[in-house]
Ligand binder design. Structure first.
Ligand code: FE2
Length: 111
């Protein structure tokens, strides 16, 4: 947003950086590998939103609602990716076939 200085010339707010953060690409181009990576990202996001919900529950209704909506959204995303990882005709969850992995949200790289 522009504002005016004392002499009437326009003065702009600080301009955000256009720098690109670190890329999260693992350089694996196999579709199944990319889907597994995507599923990990969805799970990590889900874990972070659950942590947010835990932090704001009973303290900030708007943030609580936001966290719940995002948890709902991330659960749907993870379910969609899980379906894409199944072979045609399989009904068992792809995730259920895996050895449970501990998802450490703090290890997720952020841009
Ligand atoms: Fe997502």
């Amino acid at each position: 947003m522009l504002s005016s200085s004392a002499n009437g010339s326009p003065r702009s707010a600080p301009i955000p950086s256009l720098a690109i953060g670190p890329l999260l690409d693992s350089h694996q181009h196999d579709v199944a590998a990319m889907l597994r990576e995507s599923l990990d990202a969805e799970r990590a996001a889900l874990e972070l939103y659950k942590q947010l919900l835990h932090l704001v529950e009973g303290r900030a209704i708007a943030l609580e609602e936001f966290a719940r909506q995002m948890i709902h959204s991330e659960e749907l995303h993870a379910a969609d990716v899980d379906k894409m990882l199944r072979k045609p005709g399989e009904i068992e969850s792809f995730s259920a076939r895996l050895t449970p992995r501990v998802i450490n949200a703090s290890s997720v790289q952020r841009p």
